[in-house]
Design a protein around this ligand. Structure first.
Ligand SMILES: Nc1ncnc2c1ncn2[C@@H]1O[C@H](COP(=O)(O)OP(=O)(O)O)[C@@H](O)[C@H]1O
Ligand SMILES: [Mg+2]
Length: 424
């Protein structure tokens, strides 16, 4: 490992001569990876991914290069637990540590958004130094997000790998600035994923709803926006999570809000400052259900220039969500795999509703018959059938945008999904 092999050296020279050649660079990366030089491999793959973000091989290599240190930990945790026997995790790429996830999710779920203490008393002075509450680095990691392997891979390649590697950050400096915009139907895990990203980066988490920024004191929104970033800088490393980013878009009724333009401009100033020294360690994530309402200026290069579509949970994700919502309920003989199959198309929020209404049925039954009975598959499947996917409305507006306003291929991912699901 001390001396580079002649092959690696000549490949390096070849790559230097043909920096655009993605396969060549990946070949080099693979050799580096085989030599156990993960960081060097990551550096090469990151460059390749900037040129060809969709490249399968590049993603696979990045997964291997990044995943190597983390994998044994997961496996150790997964092996001794008994349920592995009853349910072979066929085709599942990630071992899922239910217990850890449930413990962690428990912390996460109740405070969906960090409210500013100022909203509580409503009277405070917005100049207050740390008016925005920052959560300490959480324990939610990407491994706690059930399923959604695509999303995780893209996060890893497009955001996490370069960000958490200080050498890479130095190397690519400016090209890495800018943030990530998560978009998709409501209730499908955007907020959850943003927290997991903060966990992966070991960063503090400052979550604000843009609606709160705008509502709190008319006329103070601009200053609020500045305070948010000032707080994040003081608490770096820190993820700033701007939820409901569309509220700033000006396409909705709020257009009349006089401070809106100023607030957008303030956010632009803060985002453009992200590459400055003072902003080292400040990562910006945003989320919206209405990406088409997001102010275009916010999506220019160096700002929120990367987008990630977060779709309704896939089967493993549904299992994770269902398990979480059934954790404290009296259940018997629940086949989560089967239930996950029967709930295709439902969002995380819908799944919570399924569990609730199944519990209600069992409870009413018990009350009527005078005999307490557990919640069973029948209740759950019945409830699943009765719940209409809440994302349907979203998909019907998204469909139009994806078909008729897909400028620059912004919504290619969405189109592919709609096609696959025969929603076009
Ligand atoms: N892949 C997943 N794994 C585990 N829980 C999930 C997953 N996706 C969504 N959830 C859960 O579903 C619920 C809704 O997700 P949330 O992040 O609030 O959605 P959004 O921000 O997109 O509206 C949350 O309780 C979240 O923890
Ligand atoms: Mg959310």
């Amino acid at each position: 490992m001390s001396e580079e092999s002649p092959l690696v050296r000549s490949l390096r020279a070849a790559v230097a001569a043909a920096p655009e050649d993605v396969p060549l660079r990946l070949h080099l990366a693979e050799l580096l990876l085989e030599a156990g030089r993960n960081d060097a491999a990551i550096a090469e793959v990151a460059v390749a991914l900037q040129r060809a973000p969709g490249d399968e091989k590049a993603r696979e290599l990045m997964g291997r290069a990044m995943g190597a240190p983390a994998a044994p930990v997961q496996e150790q945790a997964a092996v001794p637990t008994a349920p592995a026997e009853e349910k072979p995790a066929a085709g599942r790429r990630d071992g899922f540590d239910w217990q850890a996830a449930e413990g962690q999710v428990r912390d996460v779920v109740p405070p969906r958004f960090v409210e500013s203490p100022l909203t509580v008393d409503g009277s405070g002075d917005p100049g207050d130094a740390d008016a925005w509450e920052v959560d300490a680095p959480g324990t939610v990691r990407l491994a706690d997000v059930g399923g959604m392997q695509d999303v995780k891979d893209r996060l890893e390649a497009a955001f996490l790998a370069p960000m958490r590697n200080p050498e890479l950050r130095k190397l690519y400096g400016k090209s890495l600035r800018g943030g990530l915009l998560l978009y998709g139907p409501p209730g499908c895990g955007k907020t959850f994923i943003a927290r997991a990203v903060a966990g992966e980066l070991g960063a503090n988490f400052l979550s604000v709803s843009v609606n709160d920024v705008l509502d709190m004191w008319i006329g103070n929104s601009e200053r609020n926006m500045h305070e948010i970033f000032a707080t994040a800088r003081r608490q770096a490393p820190c993820v700033v999570f701007l939820d409901e980013l569309d509220a700033l878009g000006g396409k909705r009724s709020r257009t009349q809000h006089s401070g809106m333009r100023n607030t957008v401009n303030q956010l632009l100033t803060e985002l453009d400052g992200i590459d400055a020294q003072a902003n080292e360690g400040v990562f910006v994530l945003a989320a919206t259900n209405l990406p088409w309402d997001v102010d275009l200026a916010l999506r220019r290069p160096g700002r929120l220039d990367r987008t990630l579509l977060v779709l309704p949970p896939d089967a493993p994700a549904r299992e994770a969500i269902l398990r979480y919502h059934l954790r404290d309920r009296p259940i018997e003989n629940v086949d989560l795999g089967k239930l996950a199959k029967a709930t295709d198309g439902l969002s995380g929020a819908d799944l919570a509703h399924v569990c609730e209404s199944a519990a209600e049925t069992a409870l009413l039954d018990s009350a009527r018959t005078g005999t307490v009975r557990m919640i069973g598959m029948k209740d759950l499947l019945g409830a699943a059938k009765a719940v209409a996917p809440s994302t349907e409305a979203w998909f019907s507006s998204a469909r139009n945008v994806a078909m008729f306003a897909n400028e620059g291929g912004t919504y290619d991912d969405l189109l592919a999904y709609l096609k696959k699901r025969r929603k076009l």
